[in-house]
Design a protein around this ligand. Sequence first.
Ligand SMILES: NC(=O)c1ccc[n+]([C@@H]2O[C@H](COP(=O)([O-])OP(=O)(O)OC[C@H]3O[C@@H](n4cnc5c(N)ncnc54)[C@H](O)[C@@H]3O)[C@@H](O)[C@H]2O)c1
Ligand SMILES: [Zn+2]
Length: 368
Amino acid sequence: MAIVEIKLPHHRYPVVIEPGLLSRLGTLTRDAAPHDLAALFSDGNVAETFGRSASNALQQAGYAVTSHALSPGESYKTLDTVRALYDVMLDGRLERRSPVVAVGGGVTGDTAGFVAASYLRGVPFVQCPTTLLAMVDASVGGKVGVNLPRGKNLVGAFHQPALVAIDTDTLKTLPPRELRCGLAECVKHGVIRDADLFSWIESNVDSILGLDSDTLVELVRRNVAIKAAVVMEDEKESGVRAHLNFGHTFAHAIEASQSYGADTGDAAFHHGEAVSLGMVAATKLAIDAGRCDADLLSRLVALLERIGLPTHADNLAPTDQLIDSMRLDKKVADGRIRLVLPDRLGNVFISSDADDDAIRAAWSAVAK
Ligand SMILES: NC(=O)c1ccc[n+]([C@@H]2O[C@H](COP(=O)([O-])OP(=O)(O)OC[C@H]3O[C@@H](n4cnc5c(N)ncnc54)[C@H](O)[C@@H]3O)[C@@H](O)[C@H]2O)c1
Ligand SMILES: [Zn+2]
């Protein structure tokens, strides 16, 4: 078992990490958000398993539970879903102090969290992330929200949870591709902030992919601690939180080219895979600029490949289209693309120095 305490200026809460933790969810929630009623929103793919465990535990601790299963998938992270969940809450007569408990990945956490942030101007929120990405990234930091037809995460709020309860046993049913995608964010944490974590992942890849129980607790603990440290320094995203975007400006360009292009189906890169390619491109750029040692790129590529993440691709959109799309991303200052680049393992800096030729050369490192 491990606990990471998140301490913000006006709020503190624990992230509890333990295999089998959902069976204790009721007592933990009682401590964090005591009330007679609770709303339980689960991802439809885990509603019968982990949603049911969570519901039983909450009922044993005395909550009358109003449960609802969400249709899985990013396409349901919408205001229509939010509106439907408000109706579920109203039908269940949930009140100002009734917690919303989310069981699922980042889509469930972001959507249910936005409901918690806005229903009756805000009710307590309990996150039970069941994907590695949600455990190490989405459930920490207080960002909640949904997509609009014109773009991702365009509506949202900062709403810190009362409790994050991570049952690492839930990873046993996660599709391996989703596990690998979560690991891309873990590798990112190592590169931007923690060389020891990077080495630890190198030494433990096999136990991680083999879902060894103790290793998963340690993996999640170390990564939550890093995301938490960044968020504690910069709760509302003005400075150092931008470091979490390492690899992401390149990744968003790949993702945009897929969503606006023809139907790429299963061949499309998932977020973590696009981030993997993006981290390789950003590191290449830093090396070309003379800011980073070439060793980092070979270590990064070797680790990503052992995990099973892509480090090059032959089906990327034309480079000029990708660069145009990078310019449309949020991280542009005075027409220059702002990039997070590594200068050594465990440290990054923000640069607007790269011109189009440098960025084109970086893309060529992954487009083969
Ligand atoms: N709030 C934040 O700070 C933040 C940070 C990063 C990402 N996000 C958001 O997170 C979302 C992506 O999250 P995600 O990768 O968890 O995707 P997801 O929630 O769509 O889950 C991925 C898939 O795994 C399934 N699933 C979940 N848990 C499972 C389990 N234990 N066993 C079997 N199947 C399971 C889901 O049904 C889904 O099909 C995006 O919408 C992104 O915008 C938010
Ligand atoms: Zn990401």
